[in-house]
Design a binder for this molecule. Structure first.
Ligand SMILES: *[C@@H]1O[C@H](CO)[C@@H](O)[C@H](O)[C@H]1NC(C)=O
Ligand SMILES: *[C@@H]1O[C@H](CO)[C@@H](O)[C@H](O)[C@H]1NC(C)=O
Ligand SMILES: *[C@@H]1O[C@H](CO)[C@@H](O)[C@H](O)[C@H]1NC(C)=O
Ligand SMILES: *[C@@H]1O[C@H](CO)[C@@H](O)[C@H](O)[C@H]1NC(C)=O
Ligand SMILES: *[C@@H]1O[C@H](CO)[C@@H](O)[C@H](O)[C@H]1NC(C)=O
Ligand SMILES: *[C@@H]1O[C@H](CO)[C@@H](O)[C@H](O)[C@H]1NC(C)=O
Ligand SMILES: *[C@@H]1O[C@H](CO)[C@@H](O)[C@H](O)[C@H]1NC(C)=O
Ligand SMILES: *[C@@H]1O[C@H](CO)[C@@H](O)[C@H](O)[C@H]1NC(C)=O
Ligand SMILES: *[C@@H]1O[C@H](CO)[C@@H](O)[C@H](O)[C@H]1NC(C)=O
Ligand SMILES: *[C@@H]1O[C@H](CO)[C@@H](O)[C@H](O)[C@H]1NC(C)=O
Ligand SMILES: *[C@@H]1O[C@H](CO)[C@@H](O)[C@H](O)[C@H]1NC(C)=O
Length: 556
């Protein structure tokens, strides 16, 4: 498998499947026929109940609101035909308009149900497989929001911008904030050594229009993943905007694995809600979209609104509205080719909520009381390219510790009953991750092996039947950034059925768990990311950049 547990789209992947979603089915709300996720149903119902209250508040412009209804749309993109030569601008616009036609109906629907803001996915207007040349007809020059522009009212002010004008009108017509992901082109001088040969920087870009259609935010994606069609901006952009229902921050897909801008927006800019368009390829056992994104919201203690692409042949599905204490609603569907809208009421200022969880010291329990007798029967195994140390859960009840270098992982557990044909292990990994070896990971995980052969531990598996009466996982993490994951059989989350204690233990609650695929504490030690091969995000990398900037300043 060439896949290096990186979730965002690989340019070398093929499109076996050209999307054939019919107009009516692409807006598949399925409130009543929703089967696998009764949580969705519950939340949508409560959204209907509260929307009247929200509307009442809208008439008080100065008033701030305690809650609001958010929408995300998992979009099955109409993809362009494969081409080596650029299409015409008209053909590019025709394709983008076909996708916007679908988004238009969804945006209207979201607004009718009281949503104040809707997030649409990365690459939603044209897909992801391009060269610098073939993406060019899809790009528009997107100005800085400081120009104070309502494209819907003044469509020609910045040249040829029909996509921006139409998106702005959708926001204005429906009185709803709209986030869309489009391509930006910025002319540069060939005298500038960084200026690409076609005379343009090209950026993967998020734009946000407010309820009047005004451009209020523009964000250029920083951590590109196999996107030769786009350039990396000079430095990570920290983009926020304020509303009467909280402060918002924005980033895109692969950005979520890094410190900047993701962590800085939460820690230093104190945003309430992150808007997160993505084109995320699911990678079991640790990096499936719903699993990792819901964990990030809990670990960072912030609302996270995730809109993913729906493209099952490349394992792209999994969107959700995640609050700091629990997922509100999520969607995962590998069976159909349909898009799906999700709606939920969320707190405008989660930090002010009485339910807001206290900060966690992720190593407190593990470094003081946690250690159990070290297992003798440990063995090496791979999760993707990362070599873990594993130890098997032999009995149906036990206390285990497994270590790798500085990281020790502790597990106490009691299975409801030990299934003969299922094997679980406790695993530890600390080090630079994957082939690129740029991100420093610290992971403690209890996972189901693919078969009873221990060489399969860490390989993808989608079904399980073992339930746990009790589990408690902790680790001696060196980082404060740890994301607690619980993934159940057939790729389900487990809202309300686990919690993180202040001392860093991830424990089940409210009775026996569902059948478990993975329980993990996924730690990111940003300060130990590799400097020279990274695009400059870790603390040490930032220091390095600062130093080189200083040196350049001195030299000039
Ligand atoms: C792709 O090509 C086929 C056949 O030429 C055409 O019918 C179809 O409309 C094209 N699709 C797009 C998105 O341009
Ligand atoms: C919405 O915007 C479009 C432009 O995209 C405009 O033609 C239309 O009249 C507007 N109003 C409504 C109610 O759709
Ligand atoms: C080159 O372009 C970058 C990005 O636009 C800009 O920051 C920089 O100042 C330019 N350098 C020169 C020498 O013009
Ligand atoms: C949002 O409001 C805060 C104060 O409440 C202010 O510090 C910040 O600069 C504002 N951000 C933007 C993007 O306007
Ligand atoms: C999708 O996921 C499955 C199971 O995890 C894996 O076997 C397959 O190779 C993945 N497909 C792609 C295109 O990555
Ligand atoms: C976390 O707890 C450990 C053990 O009690 C303590 O040594 C450490 O200082 C704590 N860390 C923080 C950031 O409070
Ligand atoms: C634990 O992991 C390290 C690093 O991958 C490896 O060198 C060591 O052999 C492993 N120990 C066991 C017992 O598997
Ligand atoms: C596991 O450890 C706990 C205390 O931390 C103890 O109460 C329990 O009996 C132990 N269980 C087993 C099976 O050793
Ligand atoms: C387990 O799998 C490995 C590698 O796939 C194989 O070599 C070994 O024979 C298998 N062991 C058993 C007991 O089936
Ligand atoms: C506890 O679990 C039961 C059944 O699994 C569920 O109906 C109930 O809502 C849960 N309670 C909480 C607080 O999550
Ligand atoms: C950086 O990349 C080069 C070549 O890809 C490799 O030889 C080197 O070891 C890497 N350095 C670090 C710190 O990962």
């Amino acid at each position: 498998m060439v896949n290096d547990t990186y979730p965002c789209p690989h340019s070398y992947c093929q499109h076996e499947l050209v999307n054939t979603v019919s107009d009516s089915s692409s807006v598949d709300l399925t409130t009543s026929k929703q089967k696998r996720n009764h949580y969705t149903l519950a939340m949508i119902t409560s959204s209907f109940l509260t929307s009247a209250a929200v509307f009442a508040l809208i008439t008080l412009p100065a008033a701030t609101q305690d809650t609001f209804i958010a929408a995300v749309y998992e979009h099955a993109v109409v993809l362009p035909n494969k081409t080596e030569v650029p299409v015409s601008r008209d053909d590019a616009l025709r394709l983008m308009n076909r996708n916007i036609d679908i988004l238009e109906r969804v945006i209207k629907l979201a607004a009718e149900q009281g949503a104040r803001i809707i997030v649409t996915p990365e690459d939603a207007l044209y897909g992801w497989k391009f060269t610098r040349e073939t993406v060019f007809p899809y790009l528009e020059d997107i100005p800085d929001p400081q120009v104070n522009w309502i494209p819907c009212q003044n469509p020609y002010r910045f040249g040829d911008t029909p996509v921006q004008a139409r998106l702005s009108c959708l926001a204005k017509n429906n009185s709803i904030y709209v986030l869309a992901n489009i391509g930006d082109k910025k002319p540069c001088s060939s005298r500038n050594s960084t200026c690409p040969s076609n005379g343009y920087y090209q950026y993967n870009t998020n734009v946000v229009y407010d309820t009047k259609g005004k451009l209020v935010a523009r964000y250029h994606k920083y951590h590109l993943y196999s996107e030769p069609q786009f350039d990396v901006p000079e430095k990570p952009e920290l983009v926020t905007f304020n509303t009467t229902f909280g402060r918002f921050g924005i980033f895109t897909c692969f950005d979520i694995l890094f410190h900047d801008p993701a962590v800085t927006l939460v820690k230093d800019f104190h945003v309430d809600t992150i808007l997160f368009p993505t084109a995320w390829m699911n990678v079991l056992p640790l990096l499936t979209a719903i699993e990792f994104h819901s964990a990030w919201a809990v670990g960072m203690r912030v609302n996270l609104l995730v809109a993913n692409i729906h493209h099952v042949s490349q394992n792209m599905t999994g969107s959700g509205i995640y609050a700091p204490n629990s997922p509100k609603v999520y969607h995962y569907d590998m069976k159909t080719q349909l898009g799906r809208i999700l709606l939920s009421e969320v707190d405008s200022h989660p930090r002010a909520s009485p339910a807001y969880a206290p900060a966690v010291n992720w190593s407190a329990f593990a470094t003081t009381v946690g250690r159990f007798p070290l297992q003798k029967n440990t063995f090496g195994g791979f999760v993707s390219r990362d070599e873990f140390n594993f130890t098997e859960l032999f009995e149906n009840v036990g206390n285990l510790t497994v270590c790798q270098k500085e990281l020790c992982c502790h597990l106490s557990y009691r299975m409801l009953e030990k299934e003969e044909n299922e094997v679980y292990v406790l695993g530890a990994f600390t080090g630079l991750h994957g082939r690129r070896r740029r991100e420093y990971w610290q992971v403690c995980t209890m996972l189901k092996c693919r078969t009873t052969n221990l060489t399969t531990c860490g390989r993808p598996v989608e079904t399980a039947s073992t339930r746990f009466e009790m589990f408690s996982l902790s680790g001696t993490f060196g980082t404060e950034y740890v994301f607690p994951e619980v993934l159940l059989t057939e790729i389900h989350l487990s809202p309300g059925k686990f919690e993180v204690l202040k001392d860093g233990r991830l424990v089940n609650k409210n009775g026996t768990s569902g059948p478990i695929l993975t329980v993990a504490l996924f730690g990111r030690w940003y300060a130990k990311d590799s400097v020279y091969n990274s695009s400059g995000t870790s603390n040490s990398a930032v220091t390095y950049l600062l130093i080189s900037t200083l040196l350049m300043t001195v030299a000039f």
